[in-house]
Design a protein around this ligand. Structure first.
Ligand code: FCB
Length: 437
C-alpha cells in the first residue's frame, strides 16, 4: 500500500465492516425468517437463488473472524445485529440464543481490542413485519424502537458507536422503487413512504439510545457521484435529481429538517400524511455521520415517468460489479457534506471497497489499487478540512452480496463457500503491513 498509519491523524481508526445477514448464517441459533429469505426464494430475484441460511457461518466461526481482524491490526469492527435474530417475530418474545450471541460477539471484540461499531438495521426485516407492509407501515418505527431497546439493553454498555440504519437509500429507493432488493416492490407511493418511515425509525431509535445513555450515536448513508451523461440542460437537470434522491434526501432530513425541492416535485403527492411534522424526530442531534462510497453514475434524461432518466455506461475502469472507479467522488462527498450539512461533526468512511472475481493466490492488485486511490482521496479530504476520523473496509470476508448472491467477492479474506475455509488475500497482508508499520 502507498500509506502507513502515520500518514493519518493521531487516533484515526481503521476498521472492517460486515453485516448480519451477509455473513452469520440465518438458519442458525433460532433466528426468525426475514424478507430476504422470502425474496431469495422467489425465482428471478437473486442470482442462482442464493440465500443467507449458512452464508459464511460466522455464527459459529466468529472467534476466527475476529482473530483475522486483530491479526490485521485493525482498531474497530463495524458489524450489525439482526432484528429477526433478536426478535424472531419482529415483536414480542426475544430469542435468548440471539441475545447471547451478540453478547459473546461484543465481548470477543473487546478481548481483541477491537472497538465495536454497531448497526441495528442492515436490511433483514423479519417476515412477520413484511407481512404488515414492512417499511410502508407507519408503525414500523415504533417497533424498531422496541427492538433497539431489547438489543441495546443487552450490549449497549460496551459499544464504541451505534448507527440505527445502514443506507436508508437502499431501504427506500433500491428496494421499493427499483425493486432490486427485498421486498422487491416497484411503486412510487411505497417508495415515498419507506424513505420517510426509515428516517422516522432512525429518529425513534435515537430517542431510545439517548434514553439508555448510549453515546456516540450516528447515521450511515450511501453516496454516489452523479455525472450528467452529456452537458445538455436536460441531462444536467436529470443528474441533479439523481443527486437529490440519492445523496441529499436523507442528509436533508437528518441535518436540515427538509427534503430537497427537486425530489419533492415528484414524491410530494405520495408522501405519508403529516410527514412535515416528523423533522424534529428525524433531525435529533447526532455525534457523527458515516459515509459509504463506492462509485459514480452517468445520468441521461428520458421521456418516461418521473424521475425521467436512466443510467448510461461510463468510460472509467470498472469493478466486478460493473461500478466505475471514481475516487474523486469520495473526496467530493467528504468535503461537500462537511461544508454544507455537518460542519465539525466527525465523519467516518463506514464502507469502501471493491468486488473482484478473486481466485485463491491472486495478486489482488486491483483491490490494492482501488483502496490506495480511495485512501488518497480521504487523505486529501482531511487536508482540505474534512473532519474524517476513520475508514472502514468493505468487507472483511467474501459474503452474500444480496441479489448478486455469492458471486461478487468484496472480501479482504477469501471464503470458499463449499468448505467455508478463510484465506487472507494479498490486500489483507498489504493492509496489515501498512497498519502495523
Ligand atoms: C453496500 C451495502 C453492503 C454491501 C456493499 C457492497 O451498499 O451496505 O451490504 O452490499 O454495498
Amino acid at each position: 500500500m502507498n500509506f502507513t498509519r502515520s500518514d493519518f491523524p493521531d487516533g484515526f481508526l481503521f476498521a472492517a465492516a460486515t453485516s448480519a445477514y451477509q455473513i452469520e448464517g440465518h438458519g442458525f441459533g433460532g433466528a426468525g425468517r426475514t424478507h430476504w429469505d422470502d425474496f431469495a426464494a422467489t425465482p428471478g430475484n437473486v442470482l442462482r437463488g442464493d440465500h443467507g441460511a449458512i452464508a459464511c457461518d460466522h455464527y459459529h466461526r466468529y472467534e476466527d473472524d475476529l482473530d483475522l481482524m486483530e491479526g490485521m491490526g485493525l482498531d474497530a469492527y463495524r458489524f450489525s445485529t439482526s432484528w429477526a435474530r433478536v426478535l424472531p417475530e419482529g415483536r414480542g418474545q426475544p430469542n435468548p440464543q440471539g441475545l447471547d450471541f451478540y453478547d459473546r460477539l461484543v465481548d470477543a471484540m473487546l478481548e481483541r481490542n477491537l472497538k465495536p461499531m454497531a448497526t441495528l438495521y442492515h436490511w433483514e426485516l423479519p417476515s412477520t413485519l413484511a407481512d404488515l407492509g414492512g417499511w410502508r407501515n407507519p408503525d414500523l418505527p415504533k417497533w424498531f424502537a422496541d427492538y433497539t431497546r431489547v438489543i441495546m439493553d443487552r450490549i449497549g454498555d460496551r459499544l464504541y458507536s451505534v448507527a440505527p440504519v445502514n443506507e436508508p437509500w437502499c431501504v427506500g429507493w433500491l428496494s421499493h422503487f427499483l425493486g432490486q432488493h427485498a421486498p422487491g416492490v416497484r411503486d412510487i407511493r411505497a417508495t415515498a413512504h419507506a424513505m420517510h418511515h426509515i428516517l422516522c425509525a432512525h429518529g425513534r431509535a435515537v430517542e431510545v439510545l439517548r434514553d439508555l445513555n448510549i453515546s456516540n450515536v450516528g447515521a450511515v448513508c450511501n453516496f454516489e457521484y452523479a455525472h450528467p451523461a452529456t452537458q445538455s440542460a436536460a441531462d444536467i437537470k436529470a443528474a441533479a435529481l439523481y443527486d437529490g434522491y440519492y445523496n441529499r434526501f436523507f442528509i436533508g432530513g437528518l441535518f436540515k429538517g427538509a427534503y430537497p425541492e427537486n425530489v419533492m416535485q415528484g414524491l410530494e403527492p405520495h408522501m405519508p400524511k403529516g410527514w412535515q411534522d416528523d423533522f424534529p424526530l428525524i433531525g435529533q442531534k447526532l455525534d457523527w455521520l458515516g459515509l459509504n462510497y463506492y462509485t459514480c453514475k452517468r445520468i441521461s434524461a428520458n421521456t418516461e415517468a418521473w424521475p425521467s432518466h436512466s443510467e448510461v455506461e461510463g468510460p472509467l475502469d470498472k469493478t466486478q460489479m460493473g461500478w466505475e472507479i471514481h475516487p474523486e467522488g469520495l473526496h467530493h462527498f467528504l468535503t461537500w457534506v462537511s461544508q454544507t450539512h455537518t460542519g465539525d461533526l466527525p465523519l467516518y468512511v463506514t464502507e469502501n471497497g471493491m468486488a473482484n472475481p478473486d481466485v485463491l493466490a491472486t495478486a489482488d492488485t486491483p483491490r490494492m489499487d482501488y483502496l490506495n486511490q480511495h485512501l488518497d482521496a480521504a487523505r486529501r479530504a482531511i487536508a482540505d478540512g474534512a473532519p474524517l476520523k476513520g475508514y472502514t473496509f468493505w468487507s472483511l470476508l467474501d459474503n452474500y452480496e444480496w441479489a448478486l448472491g455469492y458471486e461478487k467477492r468484496f472480501g479482504l479474506v477469501h471464503v470458499d463457500f463449499e468448505t467455508l475455509e478463510r484465506t487472507p488475500k494479498a490486500s489483507y497482508h498489504a493492509l496489515s503491513k501498512a497498519l502495523k508499520a
